[in-house]
Write a protein that binds this ligand. Structure first.
Ligand code: 5AD
Ligand code: SF4
Length: 482
Protein backbone atom coordinates (compact mmCIF):
# COMPACT_ATOMS: atom_id res chain seq x y z
CA UNK A 1 0.00 0.00 0.00
CA UNK A 2 1.23 3.46 -0.83
CA UNK A 3 1.45 5.75 2.15
CA UNK A 4 0.39 9.31 1.42
CA UNK A 5 3.64 11.12 2.08
CA UNK A 6 6.98 9.70 3.08
CA UNK A 7 10.31 11.13 4.10
CA UNK A 8 10.17 13.72 1.30
CA UNK A 9 7.63 16.46 1.46
CA UNK A 10 8.70 19.91 0.45
CA UNK A 11 6.48 22.28 -1.48
CA UNK A 12 7.67 25.43 -3.30
CA UNK A 13 6.89 28.93 -2.06
CA UNK A 14 6.33 31.76 -4.54
CA UNK A 15 7.45 34.25 -1.89
CA UNK A 16 10.82 32.53 -1.43
CA UNK A 17 11.28 32.05 -5.18
CA UNK A 18 10.99 35.79 -5.65
CA UNK A 19 13.86 36.47 -3.22
CA UNK A 20 17.43 36.77 -4.44
CA UNK A 21 19.57 35.53 -1.54
CA UNK A 22 23.08 36.94 -1.22
CA UNK A 23 24.70 33.56 -0.51
CA UNK A 24 27.34 32.54 -3.03
CA UNK A 25 26.59 29.64 -5.32
CA UNK A 26 28.97 26.73 -4.89
CA UNK A 27 29.71 23.95 -7.35
CA UNK A 28 29.46 20.29 -6.41
CA UNK A 29 30.52 17.18 -8.30
CA UNK A 30 27.70 14.70 -8.98
CA UNK A 31 30.15 11.77 -8.91
CA UNK A 32 31.33 12.63 -5.41
CA UNK A 33 27.90 13.15 -3.88
CA UNK A 34 25.51 10.70 -5.40
CA UNK A 35 25.33 7.03 -4.67
CA UNK A 36 24.32 5.14 -7.81
CA UNK A 37 22.70 1.72 -7.31
CA UNK A 38 21.38 -0.73 -9.90
CA UNK A 39 17.74 -0.14 -8.98
CA UNK A 40 16.53 0.26 -12.56
CA UNK A 41 17.90 -2.95 -14.07
CA UNK A 42 15.16 -4.65 -16.12
CA UNK A 43 12.94 -1.57 -15.94
CA UNK A 44 11.96 0.97 -18.62
CA UNK A 45 11.34 4.70 -18.61
CA UNK A 46 9.60 7.17 -20.89
CA UNK A 47 10.07 10.95 -20.71
CA UNK A 48 7.88 13.56 -22.35
CA UNK A 49 9.57 16.94 -22.64
CA UNK A 50 7.72 20.25 -22.93
CA UNK A 51 9.02 23.77 -23.47
CA UNK A 52 12.41 25.29 -24.13
CA UNK A 53 15.86 23.94 -24.91
CA UNK A 54 16.67 24.23 -21.19
CA UNK A 55 14.10 21.51 -20.56
CA UNK A 56 15.41 19.41 -23.45
CA UNK A 57 18.87 19.62 -21.90
CA UNK A 58 17.45 18.70 -18.46
CA UNK A 59 15.69 15.69 -19.97
CA UNK A 60 19.02 14.51 -21.38
CA UNK A 61 20.41 14.67 -17.83
CA UNK A 62 17.41 12.86 -16.35
CA UNK A 63 17.83 10.13 -18.99
CA UNK A 64 21.55 9.95 -18.21
CA UNK A 65 20.83 9.45 -14.50
CA UNK A 66 18.16 6.83 -15.19
CA UNK A 67 20.47 4.88 -17.50
CA UNK A 68 23.19 5.02 -14.83
CA UNK A 69 20.65 3.39 -12.50
CA UNK A 70 20.13 0.59 -15.04
CA UNK A 71 16.86 1.79 -16.65
CA UNK A 72 16.35 1.53 -20.43
CA UNK A 73 14.35 3.95 -22.56
CA UNK A 74 11.08 2.91 -24.22
CA UNK A 75 8.57 4.81 -26.36
CA UNK A 76 5.71 2.46 -25.42
CA UNK A 77 3.63 3.78 -22.57
CA UNK A 78 2.26 0.34 -21.67
CA UNK A 79 5.82 -0.97 -21.41
CA UNK A 80 7.12 1.75 -19.06
CA UNK A 81 7.79 1.35 -15.33
CA UNK A 82 8.45 5.06 -14.95
CA UNK A 83 6.77 7.85 -16.94
CA UNK A 84 7.97 11.40 -16.33
CA UNK A 85 6.58 14.64 -17.72
CA UNK A 86 9.26 17.33 -17.79
CA UNK A 87 7.04 20.38 -17.85
CA UNK A 88 6.94 24.01 -18.97
CA UNK A 89 5.15 26.85 -17.15
CA UNK A 90 5.67 29.71 -19.58
CA UNK A 91 2.07 29.88 -20.85
CA UNK A 92 -1.21 28.48 -19.63
CA UNK A 93 -1.74 26.24 -22.67
CA UNK A 94 1.56 24.43 -21.98
CA UNK A 95 0.27 23.65 -18.49
CA UNK A 96 -3.16 22.56 -19.70
CA UNK A 97 -1.54 20.05 -22.04
CA UNK A 98 0.30 18.50 -19.09
CA UNK A 99 -2.85 18.23 -16.97
CA UNK A 100 -4.58 16.61 -19.97
CA UNK A 101 -1.72 14.13 -20.38
CA UNK A 102 -1.82 13.20 -16.70
CA UNK A 103 -5.53 12.43 -17.03
CA UNK A 104 -4.83 10.22 -20.04
CA UNK A 105 -1.83 8.44 -18.50
CA UNK A 106 -3.82 7.51 -15.39
CA UNK A 107 -5.14 4.43 -17.25
CA UNK A 108 -1.66 2.84 -17.17
CA UNK A 109 -1.71 2.87 -13.37
CA UNK A 110 -4.57 0.38 -13.61
CA UNK A 111 -2.80 -2.01 -15.97
CA UNK A 112 0.51 -1.60 -14.12
CA UNK A 113 -0.01 -0.79 -10.41
CA UNK A 114 3.77 -0.48 -9.95
CA UNK A 115 4.08 2.26 -12.56
CA UNK A 116 5.68 5.42 -11.19
CA UNK A 117 4.18 8.56 -12.70
CA UNK A 118 6.20 11.73 -12.18
CA UNK A 119 6.04 15.46 -12.89
CA UNK A 120 9.25 17.48 -13.07
CA UNK A 121 10.47 20.79 -14.47
CA UNK A 122 8.98 24.28 -14.21
CA UNK A 123 5.34 23.53 -13.32
CA UNK A 124 6.08 22.04 -9.87
CA UNK A 125 8.12 25.17 -9.08
CA UNK A 126 4.82 27.07 -8.95
CA UNK A 127 3.14 26.88 -5.58
CA UNK A 128 -0.40 26.80 -6.98
CA UNK A 129 0.44 24.03 -9.46
CA UNK A 130 2.03 21.76 -6.87
CA UNK A 131 -1.02 22.30 -4.66
CA UNK A 132 -3.28 21.33 -7.58
CA UNK A 133 -1.17 18.23 -8.28
CA UNK A 134 -1.36 17.19 -4.63
CA UNK A 135 -5.10 17.74 -4.35
CA UNK A 136 -6.45 16.70 -7.75
CA UNK A 137 -3.87 14.23 -9.05
CA UNK A 138 -3.31 11.82 -6.14
CA UNK A 139 -2.02 9.17 -8.55
CA UNK A 140 1.11 11.23 -9.34
CA UNK A 141 3.84 9.50 -7.32
CA UNK A 142 6.82 11.76 -7.83
CA UNK A 143 7.06 15.56 -8.04
CA UNK A 144 10.35 17.42 -8.22
CA UNK A 145 11.48 20.76 -9.61
CA UNK A 146 14.29 22.31 -11.60
CA UNK A 147 16.75 22.67 -8.70
CA UNK A 148 17.05 19.06 -7.57
CA UNK A 149 17.38 16.83 -10.65
CA UNK A 150 20.63 15.45 -9.18
CA UNK A 151 18.64 13.92 -6.32
CA UNK A 152 16.62 11.72 -8.72
CA UNK A 153 18.43 8.49 -7.67
CA UNK A 154 17.14 8.94 -4.08
CA UNK A 155 13.64 9.81 -5.21
CA UNK A 156 13.39 6.83 -7.55
CA UNK A 157 14.70 4.48 -4.89
CA UNK A 158 12.16 5.76 -2.35
CA UNK A 159 9.28 5.63 -4.83
CA UNK A 160 10.22 2.17 -6.11
CA UNK A 161 11.20 0.41 -2.91
CA UNK A 162 9.43 2.45 -0.24
CA UNK A 163 6.27 2.81 -2.31
CA UNK A 164 6.01 6.31 -0.92
CA UNK A 165 4.85 9.44 -2.63
CA UNK A 166 7.85 11.74 -3.17
CA UNK A 167 7.31 15.49 -3.32
CA UNK A 168 10.38 17.67 -3.12
CA UNK A 169 10.51 21.09 -4.77
CA UNK A 170 13.08 23.63 -3.62
CA UNK A 171 12.40 27.34 -4.05
CA UNK A 172 16.06 28.31 -3.65
CA UNK A 173 18.40 27.26 -6.38
CA UNK A 174 21.29 25.79 -4.36
CA UNK A 175 24.49 24.56 -5.98
CA UNK A 176 25.60 24.15 -9.56
CA UNK A 177 26.11 20.43 -10.08
CA UNK A 178 28.89 19.40 -12.46
CA UNK A 179 29.52 16.04 -14.11
CA UNK A 180 25.90 14.99 -14.27
CA UNK A 181 25.53 12.03 -16.61
CA UNK A 182 23.77 12.78 -19.92
CA UNK A 183 22.14 10.71 -22.60
CA UNK A 184 22.28 13.15 -25.49
CA UNK A 185 19.52 13.04 -28.12
CA UNK A 186 21.95 13.70 -30.99
CA UNK A 187 25.50 12.62 -31.66
CA UNK A 188 26.56 15.56 -33.83
CA UNK A 189 25.02 18.52 -31.99
CA UNK A 190 24.77 19.15 -28.26
CA UNK A 191 23.30 21.57 -25.74
CA UNK A 192 25.78 23.11 -23.33
CA UNK A 193 24.37 24.98 -20.33
CA UNK A 194 26.46 28.04 -19.60
CA UNK A 195 24.21 29.54 -16.94
CA UNK A 196 21.04 28.86 -15.05
CA UNK A 197 18.22 31.11 -13.85
CA UNK A 198 17.26 34.66 -14.72
CA UNK A 199 17.35 37.97 -12.84
CA UNK A 200 15.56 40.08 -15.44
CA UNK A 201 12.04 39.83 -13.98
CA UNK A 202 10.13 40.77 -17.12
CA UNK A 203 6.70 41.42 -15.65
CA UNK A 204 4.90 38.70 -17.67
CA UNK A 205 7.40 35.89 -17.11
CA UNK A 206 7.52 33.02 -14.59
CA UNK A 207 11.08 31.96 -15.38
CA UNK A 208 12.82 34.01 -12.64
CA UNK A 209 10.59 32.15 -10.15
CA UNK A 210 10.80 28.67 -11.67
CA UNK A 211 14.51 28.71 -12.53
CA UNK A 212 15.91 30.85 -9.70
CA UNK A 213 18.65 33.45 -9.66
CA UNK A 214 21.36 33.73 -12.29
CA UNK A 215 24.23 31.31 -11.74
CA UNK A 216 27.02 31.01 -14.31
CA UNK A 217 29.05 27.85 -14.74
CA UNK A 218 32.81 28.26 -14.44
CA UNK A 219 34.35 29.05 -17.86
CA UNK A 220 36.85 26.19 -17.43
CA UNK A 221 34.01 23.66 -17.02
CA UNK A 222 32.24 24.94 -20.15
CA UNK A 223 35.43 24.99 -22.23
CA UNK A 224 36.30 21.48 -21.03
CA UNK A 225 32.82 20.21 -21.97
CA UNK A 226 33.02 21.75 -25.46
CA UNK A 227 36.53 20.34 -25.98
CA UNK A 228 35.33 16.87 -24.97
CA UNK A 229 32.34 17.13 -27.32
CA UNK A 230 34.61 18.18 -30.20
CA UNK A 231 36.93 15.26 -29.48
CA UNK A 232 33.94 12.91 -29.44
CA UNK A 233 33.08 14.07 -32.98
CA UNK A 234 30.34 16.62 -32.28
CA UNK A 235 30.07 19.31 -34.95
CA UNK A 236 27.87 21.84 -33.16
CA UNK A 237 27.21 23.14 -29.67
CA UNK A 238 24.41 25.46 -28.60
CA UNK A 239 25.21 27.46 -25.49
CA UNK A 240 22.13 27.67 -23.28
CA UNK A 241 20.92 30.23 -20.78
CA UNK A 242 17.76 32.29 -20.23
CA UNK A 243 19.89 35.38 -20.87
CA UNK A 244 23.28 34.28 -22.18
CA UNK A 245 24.46 37.88 -22.46
CA UNK A 246 24.40 38.14 -18.66
CA UNK A 247 26.90 35.25 -18.45
CA UNK A 248 29.51 35.90 -15.75
CA UNK A 249 27.64 38.82 -14.17
CA UNK A 250 27.35 36.80 -10.94
CA UNK A 251 31.07 35.97 -10.63
CA UNK A 252 32.36 37.50 -7.43
CA UNK A 253 36.04 36.64 -7.88
CA UNK A 254 36.67 37.68 -11.48
CA UNK A 255 35.46 39.67 -14.47
CA UNK A 256 34.63 37.24 -17.26
CA UNK A 257 31.89 38.02 -19.76
CA UNK A 258 29.91 36.28 -22.51
CA UNK A 259 32.26 37.93 -25.02
CA UNK A 260 35.25 36.37 -23.21
CA UNK A 261 33.58 32.97 -23.39
CA UNK A 262 32.81 33.30 -27.12
CA UNK A 263 36.39 34.43 -27.71
CA UNK A 264 37.71 31.33 -25.91
CA UNK A 265 35.34 28.98 -27.77
CA UNK A 266 36.24 30.68 -31.05
CA UNK A 267 39.71 29.18 -30.74
CA UNK A 268 38.49 25.61 -30.16
CA UNK A 269 38.24 22.97 -32.81
CA UNK A 270 34.42 22.81 -32.77
CA UNK A 271 32.98 23.69 -36.20
CA UNK A 272 29.78 25.40 -35.04
CA UNK A 273 28.83 27.42 -31.97
CA UNK A 274 25.29 28.75 -31.46
CA UNK A 275 23.67 30.31 -28.40
CA UNK A 276 20.22 31.05 -27.08
CA UNK A 277 18.57 33.13 -25.69
CA UNK A 278 19.82 36.71 -25.85
CA UNK A 279 18.55 39.77 -24.05
CA UNK A 280 18.91 43.00 -26.05
CA UNK A 281 19.70 45.02 -22.96
CA UNK A 282 22.82 43.01 -22.11
CA UNK A 283 24.13 42.33 -25.63
CA UNK A 284 27.38 44.28 -25.89
CA UNK A 285 29.55 45.13 -28.89
CA UNK A 286 32.38 42.94 -27.57
CA UNK A 287 30.16 39.86 -27.93
CA UNK A 288 29.10 40.94 -31.43
CA UNK A 289 32.75 41.41 -32.42
CA UNK A 290 33.65 37.94 -31.09
CA UNK A 291 30.86 36.41 -33.22
CA UNK A 292 32.02 38.35 -36.27
CA UNK A 293 35.67 37.38 -35.74
CA UNK A 294 35.43 33.60 -35.46
CA UNK A 295 34.31 31.35 -38.33
CA UNK A 296 32.80 28.83 -35.95
CA UNK A 297 30.34 31.38 -34.52
CA UNK A 298 27.15 30.93 -36.53
CA UNK A 299 25.64 34.06 -38.15
CA UNK A 300 22.21 33.60 -36.61
CA UNK A 301 21.05 35.54 -33.56
CA UNK A 302 17.76 34.98 -31.79
CA UNK A 303 17.04 38.34 -30.19
CA UNK A 304 13.63 38.48 -28.47
CA UNK A 305 12.11 41.95 -28.79
CA UNK A 306 8.63 41.18 -27.30
CA UNK A 307 7.11 44.50 -28.47
CA UNK A 308 7.91 47.56 -30.58
CA UNK A 309 6.04 49.98 -28.34
CA UNK A 310 8.07 51.90 -25.77
CA UNK A 311 5.06 52.12 -23.45
CA UNK A 312 4.56 48.33 -23.55
CA UNK A 313 8.31 47.61 -23.25
CA UNK A 314 8.35 49.75 -20.12
CA UNK A 315 5.39 47.90 -18.61
CA UNK A 316 7.12 44.64 -19.49
CA UNK A 317 10.28 45.82 -17.65
CA UNK A 318 12.42 45.07 -20.70
CA UNK A 319 14.77 48.02 -19.97
CA UNK A 320 15.28 49.05 -23.62
CA UNK A 321 13.35 51.10 -26.16
CA UNK A 322 12.36 50.51 -29.77
CA UNK A 323 15.11 52.95 -30.78
CA UNK A 324 17.85 51.30 -28.70
CA UNK A 325 16.81 47.87 -30.03
CA UNK A 326 17.08 49.18 -33.60
CA UNK A 327 20.51 50.66 -32.75
CA UNK A 328 21.63 47.26 -31.48
CA UNK A 329 20.40 45.63 -34.71
CA UNK A 330 22.36 48.23 -36.66
CA UNK A 331 25.55 47.42 -34.74
CA UNK A 332 25.01 43.68 -35.27
CA UNK A 333 24.48 44.19 -39.01
CA UNK A 334 27.55 46.43 -39.21
CA UNK A 335 29.80 43.67 -37.82
CA UNK A 336 27.93 40.66 -39.26
CA UNK A 337 26.39 41.93 -42.54
CA UNK A 338 24.82 38.61 -43.57
CA UNK A 339 23.35 37.87 -40.11
CA UNK A 340 19.99 36.17 -39.82
CA UNK A 341 17.89 37.65 -37.01
CA UNK A 342 14.91 35.94 -35.39
CA UNK A 343 12.83 37.01 -32.42
CA UNK A 344 10.04 36.40 -29.89
CA UNK A 345 7.00 38.69 -29.77
CA UNK A 346 4.06 38.86 -27.36
CA UNK A 347 0.83 40.44 -28.60
CA UNK A 348 -2.03 41.55 -26.41
CA UNK A 349 0.01 42.51 -23.36
CA UNK A 350 -2.43 44.14 -20.90
CA UNK A 351 -3.34 47.59 -22.17
CA UNK A 352 -1.66 47.20 -25.58
CA UNK A 353 -3.40 49.64 -27.93
CA UNK A 354 -3.73 49.42 -31.71
CA UNK A 355 -1.08 52.16 -31.89
CA UNK A 356 1.27 50.08 -29.71
CA UNK A 357 0.70 47.08 -31.95
CA UNK A 358 1.42 49.14 -35.07
CA UNK A 359 4.77 50.07 -33.49
CA UNK A 360 5.55 46.35 -33.25
CA UNK A 361 4.64 45.80 -36.91
CA UNK A 362 6.82 48.76 -37.86
CA UNK A 363 9.79 47.42 -35.90
CA UNK A 364 9.39 43.96 -37.46
CA UNK A 365 9.49 45.49 -40.94
CA UNK A 366 12.50 47.65 -40.11
CA UNK A 367 14.58 44.77 -38.74
CA UNK A 368 13.73 42.27 -41.49
CA UNK A 369 13.41 39.32 -39.10
CA UNK A 370 13.77 35.95 -40.80
CA UNK A 371 11.60 34.15 -38.27
CA UNK A 372 9.80 34.59 -34.97
CA UNK A 373 7.96 32.81 -32.22
CA UNK A 374 4.80 34.84 -31.66
CA UNK A 375 2.51 34.49 -28.67
CA UNK A 376 -0.65 35.89 -27.19
CA UNK A 377 -0.01 37.16 -23.66
CA UNK A 378 -0.84 34.56 -21.04
CA UNK A 379 -1.40 35.79 -17.48
CA UNK A 380 0.84 33.84 -15.10
CA UNK A 381 -0.06 33.73 -11.43
CA UNK A 382 2.66 35.23 -9.22
CA UNK A 383 3.98 37.61 -11.89
CA UNK A 384 3.29 41.38 -11.76
CA UNK A 385 1.43 41.42 -15.11
CA UNK A 386 -1.06 38.87 -13.77
CA UNK A 387 -2.89 41.70 -12.04
CA UNK A 388 -2.47 44.40 -14.71
CA UNK A 389 -5.76 45.67 -16.03
CA UNK A 390 -6.40 44.06 -19.39
CA UNK A 391 -9.00 45.71 -21.59
CA UNK A 392 -8.04 44.06 -24.91
CA UNK A 393 -10.50 41.34 -25.95
CA UNK A 394 -9.25 37.87 -26.82
CA UNK A 395 -10.75 38.25 -30.32
CA UNK A 396 -8.68 41.38 -30.85
CA UNK A 397 -5.52 39.65 -29.60
CA UNK A 398 -6.10 36.76 -32.02
CA UNK A 399 -6.62 39.18 -34.87
CA UNK A 400 -3.36 41.01 -34.00
CA UNK A 401 -1.50 37.72 -33.88
CA UNK A 402 -2.74 36.86 -37.39
CA UNK A 403 -1.70 40.23 -38.76
CA UNK A 404 1.71 39.89 -37.14
CA UNK A 405 2.19 36.34 -38.42
CA UNK A 406 1.45 37.45 -41.99
CA UNK A 407 4.37 39.90 -41.79
CA UNK A 408 6.60 37.35 -40.05
CA UNK A 409 5.86 34.71 -42.70
CA UNK A 410 6.81 37.15 -45.45
CA UNK A 411 10.10 37.60 -43.55
CA UNK A 412 10.66 33.82 -43.49
CA UNK A 413 10.26 33.67 -47.28
CA UNK A 414 12.50 36.68 -47.90
CA UNK A 415 15.10 35.12 -45.58
CA UNK A 416 14.98 31.88 -47.58
CA UNK A 417 15.09 33.62 -50.94
CA UNK A 418 18.40 35.32 -50.25
CA UNK A 419 20.03 31.86 -50.39
CA UNK A 420 18.52 30.81 -53.73
CA UNK A 421 21.32 29.47 -56.00
CA UNK A 422 23.90 29.88 -53.22
CA UNK A 423 26.08 27.07 -51.88
CA UNK A 424 25.53 26.62 -48.14
CA UNK A 425 27.14 24.43 -45.47
CA UNK A 426 24.63 22.01 -43.96
CA UNK A 427 24.99 19.88 -40.84
CA UNK A 428 22.98 16.78 -41.79
CA UNK A 429 20.57 15.73 -39.06
CA UNK A 430 19.03 12.66 -40.66
CA UNK A 431 16.65 11.20 -43.20
CA UNK A 432 13.37 12.98 -43.96
CA UNK A 433 10.34 11.31 -42.37
CA UNK A 434 8.45 11.46 -45.67
CA UNK A 435 11.09 10.31 -48.15
CA UNK A 436 13.90 7.86 -47.49
CA UNK A 437 16.32 9.28 -50.10
CA UNK A 438 16.03 12.85 -48.78
CA UNK A 439 18.09 14.13 -45.86
CA UNK A 440 17.57 17.30 -43.86
CA UNK A 441 19.84 19.58 -41.90
CA UNK A 442 20.52 23.18 -40.95
CA UNK A 443 22.66 25.78 -42.69
CA UNK A 444 24.94 28.19 -40.83
CA UNK A 445 22.09 30.73 -40.85
CA UNK A 446 19.83 28.10 -39.27
CA UNK A 447 17.77 27.44 -42.41
CA UNK A 448 16.31 23.99 -42.80
CA UNK A 449 17.67 22.44 -46.02
CA UNK A 450 16.30 19.29 -47.72
CA UNK A 451 18.30 17.48 -50.40
CA UNK A 452 18.88 14.07 -51.94
CA UNK A 453 21.81 12.27 -50.27
CA UNK A 454 22.60 8.98 -48.55
CA UNK A 455 21.63 8.57 -44.88
CA UNK A 456 25.29 7.80 -44.17
CA UNK A 457 26.00 11.55 -44.30
CA UNK A 458 24.05 12.05 -41.07
CA UNK A 459 26.18 13.98 -38.58
CA UNK A 460 28.53 15.49 -41.13
CA UNK A 461 28.76 18.98 -42.62
CA UNK A 462 28.37 19.07 -46.42
CA UNK A 463 28.07 21.75 -49.10
CA UNK A 464 24.62 22.04 -50.72
CA UNK A 465 23.60 24.10 -53.75
CA UNK A 466 20.21 25.70 -53.05
CA UNK A 467 17.85 25.17 -55.99
CA UNK A 468 14.58 26.53 -54.58
CA UNK A 469 13.58 28.74 -51.65
CA UNK A 470 10.34 27.86 -49.85
CA UNK A 471 8.91 29.79 -46.90
CA UNK A 472 9.91 27.23 -44.27
CA UNK A 473 12.84 25.46 -45.91
CA UNK A 474 15.32 25.39 -48.77
CA UNK A 475 15.52 22.68 -51.42
CA UNK A 476 18.96 21.81 -52.68
CA UNK A 477 21.40 19.43 -54.36
CA UNK A 478 24.42 17.88 -52.72
CA UNK A 479 27.40 19.89 -53.98
CA UNK A 480 30.39 18.57 -52.09
CA UNK A 481 31.18 16.34 -49.13
CA UNK A 482 33.80 18.22 -47.10
N1 5AD B 1 2.72 35.05 -22.14
C1 5AD B 1 3.05 34.92 -23.45
N2 5AD B 1 4.31 34.70 -23.87
C2 5AD B 1 5.28 34.64 -22.94
N3 5AD B 1 6.61 34.44 -23.04
C3 5AD B 1 7.14 34.42 -21.80
N4 5AD B 1 6.19 34.61 -20.88
C4 5AD B 1 5.01 34.76 -21.56
C5 5AD B 1 3.66 34.99 -21.18
N5 5AD B 1 3.32 35.13 -19.90
C6 5AD B 1 7.30 34.31 -24.32
C7 5AD B 1 8.33 35.42 -24.51
C8 5AD B 1 9.63 34.69 -24.33
C9 5AD B 1 9.30 33.30 -24.84
C10 5AD B 1 10.22 32.23 -24.41
O1 5AD B 1 8.00 33.08 -24.35
O2 5AD B 1 8.22 35.90 -25.84
O3 5AD B 1 10.71 35.28 -25.04
FE1 SF4 C 1 11.65 35.61 -18.79
FE2 SF4 C 1 12.60 38.06 -19.30
FE3 SF4 C 1 14.18 36.23 -18.07
FE4 SF4 C 1 13.55 35.92 -20.68
S1 SF4 C 1 14.75 37.60 -19.78
S2 SF4 C 1 13.51 34.32 -19.09
S3 SF4 C 1 11.45 36.73 -20.75
S4 SF4 C 1 12.30 37.14 -17.25
Amino acid sequence: MKKDYGQYFQKPSTKSARKRLKKTVDTIDFNEHINIKDIGVGKHYLIQTYGCQGNEADSETIKGILEALGFKETNRENHADFILLNTCAIRENAENRVFGELGRLKQYKKTNPDLILGVAGCMPQEENITNTLLEKYPYVDLIFGTHNIHKLPEYIETALLGKERVIEVFSDEGSIVENLPKKRDHDSKAWVNIMFGCDEFCTYCVVPYTRGKERSRAPESIIEEVKNLAEAGYNEVTLLGQNVNAYGRDFKDKRYTFADLLEALGHLDIPRVRFTTSHPNDFDEAAIKAIAKHNNMMPHIHLPVQSGSNAVLKKMNRKYTKESYLDLVKTIKKHIPDVSLTTDIIVGFPGETEQDFLQTLDLVKQVDFEGAFTFIFSAREGTPAYSYEDNVSHEEKKERLQRLNAVINAGYLKGSQRFEHAVVDVLVEGVSKKQADIVAGYSQHNKLVNFKAPASLTGSIVKVKVTEAKTWFLKGELHEVI
